[in-house]
Design a protein around this ligand. Structure first.
Ligand SMILES: C[S@@+](CC[C@H](N)C(=O)[O-])C[C@H]1O[C@@H](n2cnc3c(N)ncnc32)[C@H](O)[C@@H]1O
Length: 312
């Protein structure tokens, strides 16, 4: 983990109180912590840093890892293709991440990408601002993103049919900056960063994948700067009772607090019409981006992800 993050971090378990974390360095270089611990002096929780990966999800457990579908090899391969299929020159790939990135204005200071998966949007933002943090609760996704950050490319296996696999390799374009980025394991519902820190925040295809969607939105609002900030939200609103209790959905129900359409409800939240967000956001644009996930050579998921671009 890059040492510049230390000043930015707080204990996610103590939220809404914000307590700094104290570092113990066991193995480090001038800029990076390879092995060490981050400790909250207030609640006494210790967050390890192992092989350069900071584990800042307060609910991280071996049992949770075993149940998380985003830790599995098929999902890893599917998301590598989804994020970097265009760099493989695959004609079936989409330009979704470029399209989302084009919605963002270049800016000074830092950007946070929640649910960063394989990091493509984070790498796109690294070309547009001073520093980017990607946060995801999948350890294998964060490990792969950090490997990409270091090696600027990857070899991986793409499923063709059944157990038939194809070896693939992609490299980042030479002009991509990768030294202004870090990826950490964390929960998008208890973000381990100080309030008001980030000049841009993104939540792409995450809100319907977390048990507490409103808490996730409140968190991205909290860590965004109160002025001169951009927010990019996008989601297909594939609400599922397996992920979140329908009472917690922010749309897709005929009755209840968030009855009706997810996008309208989230726009109302951002604009302060439901009280949760202050200072309120102004909606710049909304629309959709077509996004694809590949399972094998004859099976793809085509997703219409509805975006909202806002600023304040
Ligand atoms: C549908 S994928 C979208 C990934 C990426 N944002 C994109 O658009 O390609 C959802 C991502 O959210 C992550 N995720 C799910 N629950 C999370 C949580 N509570 N905290 C952080 N990340 C989470 C998953 O590991 C996965 O990478």
């Amino acid at each position: 983990m890059k040492k510049v993050l230390i000043e930015m971090l707080i204990c996610p378990l103590c939220l809404p109180e914000e307590h700094r974390l104290r570092e113990t360095l066991l193995k480090h270089t001038p800029d990076d912590i390879v092995e060490g611990d981050l400790r909250c002096e207030y609640c006494r929780k210790t967050y390890p840093i192992r092989e350069g990966i900071a584990f800042l999800d307060p609910n991280h457990s071996e049992e949770g890892l075993a149940k998380n579908r985003y830790e599995t090899a098929p999902l890893l391969s599917a998301y590598l293709w989804s994020h970097y299929g265009d760099l493989l020159q695959d004609e079936l790939a989409t330009d979704a991440y470029r399209a989302w990135a084009d919605l963002m204005q270049p800016h000074a200071n830092a950007s946070l990408d929640t649910g960063s998966a394989m990091g493509r949007f984070s790498f796109e933002m690294a070309q547009k601002c001073d520093f980017v943090v990607g946060i995801d609760n999948s350890v294998s996704f964060i490990r792969t993103s950090r490997d990409l950050m270091i090696h600027r490319g990857a070899n991986f296996e793409l499923p063709e049919e059944g157990r038939l696999m194809r070896q693939e390799r992609f490299s980042f374009p030479e002009d991509w900056k990768t030294d202004n980025i870090e990826f950490v394991v964390g929960d998008a519902q208890a973000i381990p960063f100080r309030s008001g820190l980030f000049s841009s925040v993104s939540s792409l295809n995450v809100v319907d994948k977390v048990p507490k969607p409103l808490t996730h939105l409140i968190e991205i609002n909290r860590i965004a700067r109160t002025r001169n900030a951009q927010l990019l939200f996008s989601d297909p609103f594939s609400w599922s009772a397996e992920v979140a209790d329908p009472e917690s959905w922010l749309g897709g129900t005929p009755d209840g607090t968030f009855s009706g359409w997810g996008r309208e409800n989230i726009i109302a939240l951002l604009e302060g019409k439901r009280g949760a967000f202050a200072p309120t956001w102004q909606i710049d644009r909304y629309g959709h981006v077509w996004w694809k996930i590949r399972t094998h050579s004859n099976h793809f998921e085509l997703i219409r992800s509805c975006f909202i671009k806002a600023f304040r």
